[in-house]
Design a protein around this ligand. Structure first.
Ligand code: SF4
Length: 430
């Protein structure tokens, strides 16, 4: 039997698809590319934006067209929040949400025997434990993502995720250690810890367990070369975590801290729990504690009620920050969230124009950051090779390109020569 899997959305989803891939392999299925003809198609959906929903629907239809006899199984955030929309799409035979994926193969095999749509959507608000699916074999990448947390109860007013993923659920520290050991034994040099609300790791566990404890578990695995953290809320960074980043050179000097808006009024409306002054103070503190640290961020533009003045305040705030990389998104209206119900939605054309302006600033900031490393020596984990050029990442998240003979999955010392595409060009230092 052949199974093909695909993922939309974030790193957590990518990780979950890899674990489901392992479950199918364990049961003797052959995993084929998503474009190939398969007996089972699994689509792990995203619902963060309306574009995510649309793309999910398109991919489901494409899978059914590719092989109308195939079992099409749909899971993930979009399936969790709108199962009936998914069930209405022709060809869908299994619908699961953000839980129950540990049993996906059983549901698929039931669908092979019986008519109708199989699957179950759990009441995610009642899900209290982390769905711990051990990794079965090596994911096809050079950096390994390791999911240690699921769920969020911050309820930012624009975000559908708390409704799709439920409350915070953390992986037990000893299981984090077990999975990290496996990944290092598979040959991975870098592990990226991911979660939906990573900074909340441990809140649901007995004792005073925090993200720093999970990091220590991973760092205690012999042979690990790099540890990186996924997206975190700035206000949740602890002195313990700073100490680890500063003292263990395997800890990447890179933090992704979503700002979301550079206007205090908009931050308040978004139900974010900080203002711009507090965010700036935190960043200043991190830069003092971890010299050379790269801070990347996310910005949403065109949130309901955002005036031209609010947006310009945002631009001037971002101008003052040393962001190494920014992901700029237009606000996307998610049914069921407080922001979606607001009457003062921003016109799509205005949003588009603001994305353009914020993106131009983001590109300039990234270039400034990259330029400041020209002439410096850095260590790079190379990842992909194409047309004689190989690229990879420094520990502070600069993409480095070279035409020298380097192996993907290995770390090299390089000297940065010049700006190149979205990063820099470098040569190896032997
Ligand atoms: S912190 Fe806010 S934006 Fe992030 S997942 Fe939770 S509700 Fe969504």
């Amino acid at each position: 039997m052949k199974v093909a899997l695909t993922t939309l959305g974030c790193k957590v989803n990518q990780f979950e698809t890899e674990t489901m891939e392992g479950l199918f392999k364990q049961r003797g299925y052959e995993v084929v590319p998503f474009e190939a003809r398969a007996d089972v198609y699994v689509i792990n959906t995203c619902s963060v934006t309306s574009l995510g929903d649309r793309k999910s629907r398109q991919i489901i239809r494409r899978a059914h067209r590719e092989n109308p006899q195939a079992i099409v199984a749909v899971c993930g955030c979009y399936a969790q929040v709108a199962p009936d929309e998914i069930k209405a799409i022709e060809g869908v035979r299994v619908v699961l949400g953000t839980k129950e994926r540990a049993h996906i193969v059983d549901y698929v095999e039931k669908a092979m025997q019986e008519d109708g749509i199989q699957g179950t959507i759990t009441d995610i608000m009642k899900a209290k434990t982390f769905e711990d699916i051990p990794l079965y074999d090596s994911p096809e990448r050079t950096r390994a993502f390791l999911k240690i947390e699921d769920g969020c109860q911050n309820f930012c007013s624009y975000c559908i995720i708390p409704y799709a993923r439920g409350p915070v659920k953390s992986r037990l520290p000893e299981h984090v250690h077990r999975e990290a050991e496996k990944l290092v034994a598979m040959g991975f040099k870098e592990i990226v810890l991911t979660g939906i609300h990573l900074g909340a790791y441990g809140r649901d566990l007995p004792g005073d367990i925090t993200l720093a404890d999970a990091c220590r578990e991973v760092l205690s695995v012999p042979g690990l070369k790099r540890l990186r953290l996924g997206s975190l809320e700035s206000i949740e960074l602890s002195p313990e975590l700073f100490a680890l980043i500063r003292e263990d050179e395997r800890f990447c000097a890179h933090l992704h801290l979503p700002l979301q808006a550079g206007s205090d009024k908009v931050l308040k409306d978004m139900n974010r729990h900080y203002d711009t002054q507090e965010f700036a103070r935190l960043i200043e503190h991190i830069e003092e504690e971890v010299p050379g640290v790269a801070i990347s961020t996310d910005i949403i533009v065109g949130f309901p009620g955002e005036t031209e003045e609010d947006f310009e305040q945002g631009l001037s705030f971002v101008e003052k920050m040393n962001f190494a990389r920014m992901h700029v998104f237009p606000y996307s209206r998610r049914t069921g969230t407080p922001a979606a119900a607001r009457k003062d939605q921003v016109d799509e054309a205005v949003k588009k124009e603001r994305v353009h302006r914020m993106q131009a600033l983001a590109d300039r900031k990234a270039e400034e950051f990259h330029r400041s490393f020209i002439g410096r020596e850095m260590r790079v984990l190379f990842e992909t090779a194409k047309d004689g050029i190989t690229d990879g990442l420094t520990d502070n998240y600069i993409r480095v390109y070279t035409d020298e003979a380097v192996d993907c999955g290995e770390i090299y010392k390089v000297q940065i020569d010049k700006l190149w595409r979205d990063g820099v060009w470098a040569h190896c230092v032997h």
